[in-house]
Design a protein around this ligand. Sequence first.
Ligand code: PHE
Length: 340
Amino acid sequence: MREQIEKLRQEARRAADEANTPAELENARVHYFGKKGSFTLLLRGLGQMPPAERPQAGQRINEARAETELWFDRRAADLKIQERALKLKSETIDVTEPRGARKLGSLHPISIVLNDLVDLFVGMGYETVEGPEIEYDRYNFELLNQPKNHPARDAQDTFYIEDNIVLRSHTSPVQARVMLERKPPIRIISAGRVYRADEVDATHSPVFHQLEGLYIDKRVRMSDLKGTLDIFAKRLYGADAATRFRPSFFPFTEPSAEVDLTCPACKGGGCRVCKGTGWIELLGSGMVNPKVLEMCGIDSSVYSGFAFGIGLERVAMRRYGVSDMRWLFEGDARLLSQFR
Ligand code: PHE
C-alpha cells in the first residue's frame, strides 16, 4: 500500500510539472482528484483492506493527497505568472517604431482670402477691429441712416431676436461703433459673419462673411476709394485686373457705388461667368454719408471718408473657381484640402 501511494504521488507531481497551461493542469487535477480520480479510487479501495489496517492507510492517503494538491496549487500559480509574462510580451508596443506621416489640415478658402486681405490692408495702415454678431438695431440700422420704416429692414431680410436686437445683416454696424468711439483719422477693417433670411442655393446662404473697410480723415475723396479698391483687385486677381464704378444706393453712403471687376474667367472679353458683359460685381462702397458722420459725433464739415463691404464667399468662389457656395460650408475635407 505504501508503495502504491508513493508511486501515485510521484506520478501526480510529474503530471503537474508537465502541464504547460492552466487548462492542461486542470485536466490533470481532475484525473487525480476528481470523482473518479486516482486518489479517490484509492480511498474507496480501503474497504477491501483488513479493518485493522484501514485507519493508518486512510491517513497516509489523505496526507499524500493534501500534499499533492498543494503541489498543484503552486504549479497553477507559476503557470499564471508565465502566461501573464507571455501576454505582456506579445502585446508590447514598440514606441520607437516609425509611423506614417500625420495628415495636416489646411486653411479654409475663406480664411485664406481673409488672411490675404487683412495682410493687404494692414500694409496700407488699417487696423483690424471686431464687432458683435448679435447687434442692436441702433448700430445695424439707425446710425447707418436706415430709419424704422426703411425697406431693407423688412423682416424678410433680417433675423430679429427682439424688437431692437438683430443678427447683424452686414458688417457696417462696426463702422458706427468705431466712429462713436474714436476720433479721426480712422482706418479700420472688420471681418466676420453676417446673417440674412435667405434661402440656401448656389449663391446664397443665411450666414456668410463680409469684410468692412472704413477710412475717415480730412479731405478723403472718392478717388482715394477708387485707388484703394484698384490695389485690392490687383492683389486678389492679378495685375491685369481692373475695376469699374457703377452708381448705386446705400443709405449710409453718398454717393454710393457698386464696384465691378474685370471678369477673371475671360479677362473682360465676355463669357458665361460674366453673362457676356466682361464684368462681375465685386462689392458695395461709397463716401460715408455726412448724416452718418454727424450721428456718430464726427464733424462732417471737417472730415470725410469712404467705406466698403465685400462678401468673402464670392471672393473665394471667384478666386478658386468654386461654382456652388454650399461647398464652402459643407466642410468636406476632400474639397477643402485642395486650397493650400
Ligand atoms: N453693407 C453693405 C452691404 O452689406 C455694403 C457696403 C458697405 C456698402 C460699406 C457701402 C459701404 O450690402
